[in-house]
Design a protein around this ligand. Structure first.
Ligand SMILES: Cc1cc2nc3c(=O)[nH]c(=O)nc-3n(C[C@H](O)[C@H](O)[C@H](O)COP(=O)(O)OP(=O)(O)OC[C@H]3O[C@@H](n4cnc5c(N)ncnc54)[C@H](O)[C@@H]3O)c2cc1C
Length: 401
């Protein structure tokens, strides 16, 4: 049953077929027409709590399908984990294996180019030249070899490179590297301009964006969601998406949502970096179009401690410079941190809850930028059509009940 089952089915937004699938050329349809339709609407269909990449993407997709959406953000949109992300867009990572997360990531990455086009995010340093993973120890090589093996079995391309081939491809990688792999289907981008474009698209499409408006609780009557309480008022809504990242646990009304912050510290240097993003066991190196190179990141279980620690930044810088020695003397031009939303088992938490009409979308941990389009699509399937995509079955919050 659709979560909005008691309401008439929403009419498709401009540019969409009745299935809710965008028609070719959707991106070219004026968002002002959507906004005009919303201004005639008097009620809210869905409230989205949290304005990071996940909340923004959900708001965008729900609005695209014709719903009247209000997004509730505690501060300014996309200033938390989304702001902090490196922008690696890979369907795998160090130590990963085949399974539902790989399937979810793969579908999301396939959707990314169209997602960027639709939200008008054309200045995001999108680089589709692939990502490199490098190995320095026997243990790293064993991990990389095993990862390549299951990825190629799954039809995900991976090319093993000798250190010489790596240097031919990326002359700045002169550190003591034993082996490397190019994953040509991986990509990278800068999450900050992406989030800015997405926020703009969401607003232009007619989503009401409430900033400086912390949700204090989710309202529930007879096990059904009825809206969201803010400090000074309430927003009535028959469906609510809880997408408040690392802060979701305290907002879950009466069920267990074990999501906690995993602090990540990063820095940027001004230097000639590698063209392709580089992934290694301790972190990532991602060159930006403005001449900066983003280096990261720590993974710390320290609660919401937002302090940036000089030793941690030195370590991040040093780990990257060990691979790309040209980064060693480069000036650090920015340091930052963010709280990744990490669930108790490290996997995303996306799906319906025991509270009818309340859907959660959090726990994206190190992959929230990469997973945003598929999360939004599958959340919208749930809300608009009552359809739980089989891809979501392993990620439901019921696994923590
Ligand atoms: C250092 C670092 C590097 C990363 N690198 C990558 C990467 O390379 N690739 C990748 O895919 N992912 C990466 N990630 C992970 C990615 O950033 C996250 O998974 C993703 O941003 C999570 O998005 P979100 O919208 O769930 O959370 P957030 O971006 O944290 O957004 C949550 C929002 O909810 C709001 N909120 C909280 N409480 C309330 C409330 N009570 N009421 C209203 N609003 C509220 C917050 O203000 C915030 O805006 C990285 C993360 C970090 C920290």
């Amino acid at each position: 049953m659709p979560l909005l089952g008691e309401r008439p089915a929403p009419s498709p937004a401009p540019g969409e077929g009745s299935s809710g699938q965008p028609l070719p050329g959707y991106a070219k349809v004026s968002t002002e027409r959507i906004a005009a339709a919303v201004s005639r609407s008097r009620t809210i269909d869905v409230a989205v709590v949290g304005g990071g990449i996940v909340g923004l993407a959900c708001a965008w997709e729900l609005r695209k399908r014709g719903l009247c959406v209000t997004l509730i953000e505690r501060g300014r949109p996309a200033r938390e984990s989304t702001w902090a992300a490196a922008g690696i867009m890979a369907a795998h990572h160090y130590g990963a294996g085949p399974g539902p997360l790989f399937d979810l990531l793969r579908r999301s990455l396939a959707a990314y180019p169209a997602f960027l086009e639709q939200v008008g995010a054309d200045a995001v340093d999108w680089s589709a030249e692939g990502i490199l993973a490098v190995a320095r120890t026997a243990e790293d090589i064993a991990e990389l070899t095993s990862r390549m093996s299951w990825l190629t079995d799954a039809g995900y391309p991976a090319e093993l490179l000798t250190p010489w081939e790596l240097r031919a491809l990326e002359p700045s990688c002169t550190g003591p590297i034993e082996a490397a792999t190019l994953f040509p289907a991986d990509a990278s981008l800068d999450p900050r301009p992406l989030a800015a474009a997405l926020e703009q698209a969401v607003r232009s499409a007619g989503v009401e964006v409430l900033t400086d408006s912390p949700a204090t609780s989710i309202q529930v009557t007879n096990s059904r969601v009825t809206g969201v309480s803010l400090r000074d008022r309430s927003i009535a809504a028959p469906a609510v998406i809880l997408a408040a990242g690392a802060w979701c646990a305290g907002l879950a009304p009466g069920f267990r949502l074990p999501v906690r912050p995993c602090k990540g510290q990063m820095c940027a240097v001004r230097a000639e970096g590698p063209r392709r993003a580089i992934n290694f066991p301790e972190g990532v190196i991602v060159s930006r179009a403005d001449g900066r190179v983003a280096l990261g990141a720590t993974q710390e279980d320290v609660g919401f401690d937002a302090q940036i620690d000089a030793d941690a930044i030195r370590q991040v810088h040093g780990d990257a410079a060990a691979l790309v020695p040209g980064l060693a003397g480069a000036e650090i031009v920015e340091t930052w941190m963010g709280f990744r939303p990490q669930s108790a088992d490290g996997f995303p938490v996306i799906g319906p809850t025991p509270v009818e009409g309340l859907v959660v979308a959090t726990g994206h941990f190190t992959k929230g930028i990469a997973l945003a389009p598929v999360t939004a699509e599958l959340v919208a399937d749930l809300v608009c059509d009552g359809r739980l995509d089989p891809l979501l079955t392993p990620f439901g919050p019921d696994r923590f009940a």
